[in-house]
Design a protein around this ligand. Structure first.
Ligand code: 6YU
Length: 504
């Protein structure tokens, strides 16, 4: 009876796919995945650009070690290069911050030596680490509410104490600003002032030096789809409303009564015993009033509002020749005209590009040529998405010319991601906003109807990276959340699905 139950999974990203596979492998044979867009993968999206695989969404397996289920899957499918799978790579622990070799360029068009930037970078890194230590401790009087406010006040203290000339002091301020802008990209937030100091350390990093997929992240999605029965996924099928607690005739299908009815934009209604909803927190924030009928209970709505969902985008640039050093792995831009500590831009239209902290160098060069990936978060990133291709190309070309001091340098091609304007994502990933806590993630993950109700249990279950503690904002968090919800259904039927054979 359990294996016959009808399960509809909304969303074919990593979480939805993970849930579908787990259920099918347990023998559930009425599983259907309904996906709004024309492709699987969601925020895992690989583009083929001039013969090169570029990651428009997720980039790395964060913490590729045995504890990471995405790493294990990728190894099983044989998708990683040899170096990434070595014991040595798996045991390197860098606390989520790979030790990239940097090149620093300033807005006056000169290269700045690492010796000059290092003192401020070290102050910043130790404050960032300190910010993670406030989680799960009883802090009656936190030094600040947000990570941004904490780092800024402590950095000002530390930099103020140094006996250095005005120019050096300003440069160090600019270093902290650039690193704060970089952290906005890591956290996927507009400003670090929005990130909760008390909850920042809730995110758990795994050991292992972050690795990429030589053939693209989407290769993993393709392998997973191949392991599912044919035609289980319906594409171009946005779900409009999930009607739950259904008791009337509408929910009847071939004699059976279903508690849930999934209404799609194209008019089809799909009856179900259980629905696993895996849409992004961005979608939940936008559609919290309409996606479910009856509406979600107040505690869920409150947690959806409390948690943060921001934008982080990439801008890929290809060059004929590199302007960076051969060993360089990351390029940082320093704005020398910034006189105070700040990670936001005041005049979006004129200065949005000041939020782009720099570029990671795509490696190996044999695979990518001379390619950079720029990173930009927040409202500035959302503004960037709406520019025309010509406006974007012109702005980034001027930027590169200014910082390199080379008035002729021109990128061959420019490609960007636009996650905020994606109507099935509305941003990039979840962060712990000021005032939210682990309970908000738990509230979000709690199935409907809530405990204590007399109605049929497990009608609407919630997956997706935003429901994953402590791995929100990641692909492995999304996968674990999908598995968790599939297991919830499996264990609900466990006595029926796997009847005891008795002792005789
Ligand atoms: C990671 C990384 N990474 C960069 C960028 C982005 C993300 N992440 P999905 O949205 O995938 O699926 C839902 C589906 O639902 C989707 O297909 C929709 O079309 C569909 N849908 C929506 N509405 C629907 C409707 N109405 N009806 C039907 N279907 C509907 N993660 O591990 N490594 O390098 C990056 C990065 C630019 C945008 C990332 C990374 C995040 C992951 O991509 C993301 O979590 C999962 O793919 C989500 O899968 P899902 O299934 O849940 O949703 C201290 C501290 C701070 C904490 N942060 C640490 C930083 C870690 C994050 N790092 C990210 C960095 C990069 C570069």
């Amino acid at each position: 009876q359990g294996l016959d139950s009808h399960v509809v999974i909304v969303g074919c990203g990593m979480s939805g796919l993970g849930a579908a596979l787990r259920l099918v492998q347990h023998g559930f044979h009425n599983v259907r995945v309904v996906e709004a867009s024309d492709r699987a993968g969601g925020r895992i999206k690989t583009a083929l650009w001039g013969g090169k695989f570029l990651e428009i969404g997720a980039n790395w397996i964060h913490g590729p070690c045995q504890e990471n289920p995405v790493f294990r899957l990728a190894c099983n499918y044989g998708l990683l290069d040899e170096k990434s799978t070595t014991e040595e790579n798996q045991s390197i622990d860098v606390d989520g911050h790979p030790p990239f070799v940097p090149n620093w360029f300033s807005s006056s068009g000169r290269k700045v030596s690492v010796d000059l930037t290092k003192p401020a970078a070290m102050v910043y890194m130790s404050l960032l680490q300190e910010s993670q230590g406030f989680f799960a401790q009883d802090h009656e009087h936190l030094p600040a509410r947000s990570v941004g406010e904490f780092i800024k006040s402590k950095a000002l203290e530390a930099l103020g104490e140094e006996q250095v000339d005005k120019g050096t002091k300003e440069l160090r301020l600019a270093v902290v600003n650039t690193l704060l802008k970089a952290e906005c990209c890591v956290s996927g937030t507009h400003t670090m002032d929005d990130v909760c100091l008390k909850s920042f350390g809730m995110y758990k990093t795994l050991p292992g030096l972050d690795c990429t997929f030589p053939g693209g992240y989407e290769g993993l999605i393709r392998c997973m789809i191949q392991d599912l029965p044919k035609d289980i996924v319906s594409y171009n099928k946005p779900v409009k409303c999930i009607h739950w607690n259904c008791t009337d005739q509408k929910a009847k299908n071939s004699g059976k009564t279903f508690p849930v009815l999934v209404e799609c934009d194209d008019g089809e209604t799909i009856p179900a015993d259980h629905v696993i909803l895996t849409v992004s927190l961005g979608v939940l924030k936008r559609k919290q009033k309409t996606l479910l009928s009856p509406e979600m209970p107040p505690q869920k709505v409150e947690s959806i509002q409390n948690l943060g969902f921001g934008t982080n985008n990439k801008i890929f640039l290809e060059f004929e020749e590199p302007f960076w050093e051969p060993d360089c792995e990351i390029i940082f831009f320093l704005w020398e005209d910034e006189t105070e500590l700040s990670d936001v831009v005041s005049d979006l239209e004129r200065f949005w590009m000041k939020k782009l902290f720099g570029f990671t160098v795509m490696s190996p060069a044999e695979r990518y040529g001379h390619m950079l990936c720029g990173w930009i978060a927040g409202c500035e990133s959302e503004y960037m998405e709406a520019l025309s291709q010509m406006e974007l190309e012109s702005a980034v070309t001027q930027l590169i010319r200014r910082f390199t001091g080379n008035p002729t340098i021109t990128p061959k091609r420019v490609l960007r991601s636009q996650w905020y304007h994606d109507p099935y994502t509305y941003g990039s990933y979840t962060y712990v906003a000021k005032g939210c806590c682990g309970q908000d993630i738990e509230n979000l993950a709690e199935p409907l109807p809530l405990k204590g109700s007399q109605s049929k249990p497990l009608q609407v279950l919630f997956g997706g990276e935003a429901t994953s503690q402590p791995f929100f904002s990641t692909v492995h968090g999304a996968l674990l959340a999908g598995w968790r919800e599939a297991e919830r259904i499996i264990s609900h039927y466990a006595p029926l699905t796997f009847p005891e054979t008795g002792g005789s």
